[in-house]
Design a protein around this ligand. Structure first.
Ligand code: GLU
Length: 491
């Protein structure tokens, strides 16, 4: 009996490994939309035990910049979205892309098109007049050898076009949107695979060709990207088939919308991950928020979840089809929750950067930890820690409401009594218990309401009637040896 040997190796890598990728174009700073796509890819890769890869699509030489690549990779790292293999640069693979275009030319799936820019503009004008969408008329699909040579001898340049059958229907099951159908006649005519080139040369390959060749090369099994790529997917499926590559699954995520329901853009002020970082968002809070931007999990019982926790319950099928509205309120709330729950050492380290910027030096590490804990409930953005910690480093001026309060006879008396007590008991180390005791004693002995004593102190410490917990603050002022000076200046 003869044994049939399968033509495809049985244990191909594809059978074993799930591979997802982010394929950013480095033509601008790392954008929140790209970051959210990265996050969904990363989460799903972790969920299914696969790999998360990066391909830098830098073949738009005019707009691509290495500083943007650096910015994207740094932003991913900052968000905690670490990739599993060395990133691939698309520009390193141009000759491979060209060899695939050659293959498509040779098998008749693609051809040289010599239509000039002027001819294309004329065609567009005509279509416009008739109210038709722009579409190439595939006029050079069946040029003879002689016609091609004539065009070349006239010095015309050519692009390579991929034939798209007008009658074909392209169908796939999108992991987010279910079955998607696209008609060949709606793809704008035969697809340009490469830029213009002279003679029989092949020009620089374009996105739809390069992406298919590279996704196949990288053994990508799941393509997860924004819904603005749906029509590209239809085109790419045809290229996959023509090159005899096996198809990955496709998922198209909803766009991020502004409060008016329009695509989030630069006009909405903040769009780059750098800006979010500078504004004082924590990476874990931003990732947590972005995960819920378009994803409504059935199994999440909380909104504050780490990336690892989210990856366990994450599912592409639970991503919404409709656009996801960006909400500053929600993002701020999540950020404040992370700050509230952050442990003192980590938080004070983060705050130290702001203190250093202002030339403020805490008297001790413990003091810095205590200050971080004391003010963290009133912080939404990390940079709020400047305003919140300022009165602990600099003695604030007394505001109108503070001055008005000090006009009250008992309040100055209160401060005098407290100051005298502190001077008398010079050696005491003031802690919370001692502070409470002082207030109680003076209140009883001099028959002054505790509230008046405390409000007077608050004015002395903060210059107004608001601020964080008074007793805990006093402990810090005592340690930084500024409590007496704060009181004295009111008298
Ligand atoms: N370079 C494309 C972009 O940034 C990638 C699209 C894709 O994921 O295939 O939009």
């Amino acid at each position: 009996m003869r044994v049939r040997i399968p033509s495809v190796p049985f244990f191909s890598k594809r059978n074993l490994e799930k591979r997802l990728r982010l394929a950013p174009s480095p033509t601008g700073l790392f954008h929140i939309g790209t970051a959210r796509t990265a996050l969904f890819n990363w989460l799903y890769a972790k969920k299914i035990g696969g790999k998360f890869l990066i391909r830098i699509e830098d073949t738009d030489f005019l707009r691509s910049k290495s500083e943007y690549t650096k910015n994207i990779l740094e932003g991913l790292k900052w968000l905690g979205l670490i990739w599993d293999e060395e990133p691939i640069k698309q520009s390193d693979r141009i000759s491979i892309h060209k060899s695939h275009i050659k293959k498509l030319l040779e098998c008749g799936a693609a051809y040289r098109c010599f239509t000039t820019e002027d001819e294309i503009s004329e065609l567009r004008e005509e279509q416009k007049k008739k109210g038709l969408p722009p579409k190439h008329d595939n006029r050079h699909r069946s040029l003879s050898k002689e016609e091609i040579e004539t065009f070349i001898s006239q010095g015309r340049t050519s692009v390579i076009r991929f034939k798209i059958d007008e009658k074909i229907e392209i169908k796939w099951v999108d992991q987010i949107r279910g079955e998607i159908k696209w008609q060949g006649k709606d793809l704008g005519g035969d697809l340009v695979l490469s830029r213009r080139a002279k003679g029989f040369e092949i020009g620089d390959p374009l996105y739809n060709l390069a992406v298919v060749v590279d996704d196949n090369f990288m053994n990508i099994t799941h393509v997860v990207r924004g819904e603005d790529h749906i029509s590209n997917t239809a085109k790419q499926i045809l290229i996959y088939k023509a090159l005899n590559f096996s198809l990955p699954t496709f998922s198209h995520t909803p766009l991020i919308l502004n409060s008016e329901g329009k695509k989030l853009s630069k006009r909405d002020c903040v769009t780059s991950i750098d800006e979010f970082r500078e504004m004082g968002y924590l990476p874990e809070a931003l990732s947590n928020y972005m995960a819920f931007l378009g994803w409504s999990p059935k199994s999440a019982d909380r909104e504050i979840l780490s990336l690892e926790e989210i990856s366990e319950i994450f599912d592409l099928s639970e991503i919404n089809k409709a656009g996801a509205k960006f909400s500053w309120e929600k993002l701020n709330w999540i950020n404040s929750q992370y700050i509230k729950n952050m442990e003192s050492i980590k938080l004070s380290k983060i705050m130290k950067k702001y203190w250093d910027d202002n030339g403020w030096e805490p008297p001790s590490k413990e003091w810095a930890y205590k200050l971080a804990i004391l003010i963290r409930d009133s912080i939404t953005l990390l940079k709020d820690s400047i305003d919140q910690s300022k009165p602990f480093f600099l003695i604030p001026t007394i505001q109108k409401e503070g001055q008005d309060f000090l006009e009250n006879r008992d309040s100055k008396l209160s401060l005098k009594l407290i100051l005298n007590y502190l001077i008398e008991q010079n050696t005491i180390k003031l802690n919370k218990e001692k502070a409470k005791e002082i207030i109680n004693k003076i209140s009883k002995k001099h028959n002054i309401k505790k509230g008046v004593l405390m409000k007077s102190l608050r004015v002395a410490f903060f210059g107004s009637l608001s601020g964080p917990d008074l007793i805990q603050s006093w402990e810090l002022f005592a340690e930084s040896k500024t409590d007496r000076a704060r009181i004295e200046r009111c008298l």
